[in-house]
Design a binder for this molecule. Structure first.
Ligand SMILES: Nc1nc2c(ncn2[C@@H]2O[C@H](COP(=O)(O)OP(=O)(O)OP(=O)(O)O)[C@@H](O)[C@H]2O)c(=O)[nH]1
Ligand SMILES: [Zn+2]
Length: 373
């Protein structure tokens, strides 16, 4: 294994020269534990080495906002210390891409989901999930990140060929920068497409609605024995074992897969924004209401109700608009429930995996010294 297998390239190497002089080593952040981070490096033998690391004071103080703090996918300069000392992040390298989201309402606040992602794969289908408006939301996020956008019109086995083609064409019409493919994860057709992007050092992530086939694709990519969200790692530095979820995983056949809670939430935001956007014209009308805090019910001088009365605004749209906040709250509730399920599943997997780890350690003991990776 080399650093290039983890996504390292010439631009990073050039920037890193100043840190190498100080004896620091490059590593990529693969997990965010809130207080500590998981970092992956390559040791002298060419094996991946994982460490739990902490952020240095200077990195913290130099950050102008949260978005400047190290995030999963970032390359950092590590001070390995020595003996019992903590391993410290001394610097964060410039990001070549940044998949992030502006927090609505707080115009200056930005939330980083993952740094240095090269390809974002949006998974949808030609049936119930198909929604060009929502797709545009995804494209906006991806474009800002500077990553390449790829769309999979998945589950093609469920719909007529013409329907799949029409959906793919409609998506292509939205943006010329996007590759659109028709796939069936069920028949392993999506797997081939994703593999064509997974070159050495390329980091990809998958987004899309619940149930469109993301996990199916990822599980095929990782092989049966792998888990997408939870895996046991040996924390080598301190001679103890922990059970944690990796958010960035180098694949055996090349390429790097990134998945974390932030990326999973993208789906909810895009839904929420799409929903809000579909009422943009009514929002604009609200500006004409007499009172700033108009609830558009029985309030005097309500421009929206006036539009309904004049027939300019259909009653059913008006009623849906009044329920918008309720709809969004429902969406968030569903998301939360799903998140809890995922967490519960992870906990269970951890237990299973921990048992496997003990077996694995025994096995690896037997295999030494010709153990590789
Ligand atoms: N027919 C058909 N079914 C598929 C295909 N891809 C996935 N499925 C099925 O769709 C269901 C949902 O797939 P998942 O991979 O769990 O979807 P997901 O996007 O990971 O969903 P979340 O984990 O909720 O985000 C599963 O029952 C899959 O077997 C496909 O190409 N064709
Ligand atoms: Zn009003």
């Amino acid at each position: 294994m080399t650093l290039e297998d983890l996504g390292w390239n010439q631009a990073f190497a050039k920037e890193f020269a100043q840190y190498a002089k100080k004896g620091w080593v490059p590593a990529r952040l693969i997990r965010d534990n809130k207080i500590t981070y998981g970092a992956l490096m390559v040791d002298e033998e060419g094996d991946f080495l994982e460490r739990e690391v902490v952020m240095g004071g200077k990195v913290y103080h130099d950050a102008a906002c949260d978005a400047d703090l190290p995030a999963v996918g970032d390359w950092v300069a590590l001070d390995l210390g020595g003996g019992d000392l903590d391993t410290i992040i001394r610097a964060r390298m410039s990001r070549q891409t940044c998949f992030s989201r502006k927090v609505p309402g707080k115009s200056s606040e930005e939330q980083v989901m993952a740094a240095n992602v090269n390809v974002v794969v949006v998974v949808t289908d030609a049936g119930p999930d198909f929604n060009p408006r929502r797709m545009e939301r995804y494209f906006m996020l991806i474009k800002r990140s500077c990553a390449k956008a790829v769309v999979l019109v998945n589950k093609c086995d469920l719909f007529p060929a013409e329907q799949n083609e029409a959906a793919a064409e409609a998506i292509r019409a939205l943006s010329s920068d996007v590759d659109v493919h028709i796939t069936s994860a069920a028949e392993a057709q999506g797997l081939e497409v994703i593999k064509s992007y997974l070159k050495t050092g390329i980091s990809i992530t998958l987004v899309g609605s619940s149930g469109v086939g993301k996990s199916t694709l990822v599980n095929q990519l990782m092989g049966e024995e792998w888990q997408w969200t939870s895996e046991v790692n040996e924390v080598t530095g301190k001679g103890r074992h922990t059970t944690t979820a990796r958010e960035l995983i180098p694949l055996d056949d090349g390429g790097i897969l990134i998945d974390n809670p932030g990326i999973r939430e993208v789906q909810m935001w895009t839904n929420e924004e799409t929903l809000r956007e579909s009422f943009a014209d009514i929002e604009e009308m609200a500006g004409q209401c007499k009172y700033h805090d108009c609830k558009h019910g029985n309030d005097a001088g309500c421009a929206i109700r006036a539009a309904v009365e004049s027939g300019a605004l259909p009653t059913d749209r008006y009623e849906s608009y009044l329920k918008l906040d309720e709809e969004i709250a429902k969406l968030q509730k569903r998301q939360k429930k799903r998140q809890m399920n995922v967490e519960r599943r992870n906990k269970r997997d951890h237990k299973v995996k921990a048992r496997n780890l003990a077996d694995r350690i025994e096995y690896e003991k037997d295999q030494r010294p010709n153990r590789s990776k």
